[in-house]
Design a protein around this ligand. Structure first.
Ligand SMILES: Nc1ncnc2c1ncn2[C@@H]1O[C@H](COP(=O)(O)OP(=O)(O)OP(=O)(O)O)[C@@H](O)[C@H]1O
Ligand SMILES: [Mg+2]
Length: 289
């Protein structure tokens, strides 16, 4: 498997909110890659979903495909054949819609993932027909989009909270703790005495936000404490929230309160890491199907 672990080039998208909106649109309205433009592909194997993103070499969004999945836990692939099957489906779906072959992709793992587990992510990509161009650290990939020079980034995901500190644009610290959106859904299930799947749907329904906010506040406080503890001696001015759980009601306010740091967030924070992974991909010439 071709794996490059060199620091990828930095791409900073100026108007992040607008850009993420454009990325989201390509889920329903994919754009065929312009002839003579190289493309980049990113595969995000997450705890709650698998996401495949296709961009032009310059980062223009072309396609997004996503499927709920429970094949990764705490950053580790726990269901290899499930992860392969879903990744392959997403590849085939986007190939059909974009009318080009997608033979390779960048992948990423949470901070602190061991070499073996990192390799397993690569094998999933490979088995799904997406030869890895590299397997990157998730925060490093996310920061290709954000371009943080000095500050912290927190990925509030489905299963984990990943944290990274950047100084002069270089990642100097990263760690990952197993608290995420899954734990919020568990708390809701317990409070409302409903099954976990219903609790997840309840959490995501915008009209339930006022009821959800107080129930999940303790989980967000715990995430904030994880950040506060890890960033205690780091003297960072701010923390940028990425990951789907950063969209939970009260997330930014509670993290700000627990850490005492300025908090920055983007409306489609769940797309930042998948797009960053695509930006980390070595660009290649698309071939017609
Ligand atoms: N609007 C929302 N309000 C609350 N939670 C949300 C919202 N949107 C998404 N989530 C939660 O975000 C989580 C998914 O986030 P994300 O896609 O970043 O996770 P992941 O990459 O699959 O997980 P991980 O990075 O931990 O492996 C889920 O728990 C989901 O319920
Ligand atoms: Mg993630």
């Amino acid at each position: 498997m071709a794996e490059k672990s060199t620091t990828p080039p930095i791409h900073t998208i100026v108007n992040l909110d607008f850009y993420l909106g454009e990325v989201e649109k390509t889920q329903t309205k994919p754009i065929r890659p312009p002839i003579a433009k190289k493309i980049r592909v990113g595969l995000d194997l997450g705890t709650s979903s698998i996401v495949l993103v296709v961009l032009t070499e310059d980062g223009v969004p072309l396609g997004l495909a996503r499927r709920e999945a429970s094949v990764v836990k705490d950053g580790l692939v726990v269901d290899f054949s499930g992860a392969r099957a879903i990744s392959q489906k997403l590849r085939e779906e986007l190939e059909k819609r974009l009318e080009v072959k997608l033979p390779q992709a960048a992948l990423a793992v949470p901070p602190g993932t061991g070499e073996r587990d990192k390799a397993t992510h690569g094998y999933v990509g490979q088995a799904a027909g997406l030869e890895p161009t590299g397997i990157f650290d998730e925060p490093l990939a996310a920061n290709l989009l954000l371009g943080l020079k000095d500050g912290a980034l927190a990925d509030l995901g489905g299963g984990t909270t990943g944290v990274a500190v950047f100084r002069s644009g270089k990642m100097v610290l990263s760690f990952d703790e197993p608290t995420g959106g899954y734990h919020m859904s568990l708390v809701i299930a317990g409070n409302l005495k409903i099954p976990l799947e219903r609790a997840e749907a309840f959490k995501l329904d915008p009209k339930n936000r006022p009821e959800v906010a107080p129930m999940i506040a303790p989980v967000l406080s715990k995430m904030g404490q994880i950040l506060a503890q890890g960033l205690k001696k780091q003297n960072v001015p701010s923390v940028f929230l990425v990951g789907g759980s950063a969209m939970a009601p009260g997330a930014a306010q509670i993290i700000a309160k627990e850490t005492g740091l300025e908090v920055k967030a983007a409306p489609r924070s769940d797309l930042i890491t998948p797009v960053g992974i695509a930006l980390a991909c070595e660009p290649f010439c698309p071939q017609l199907l």
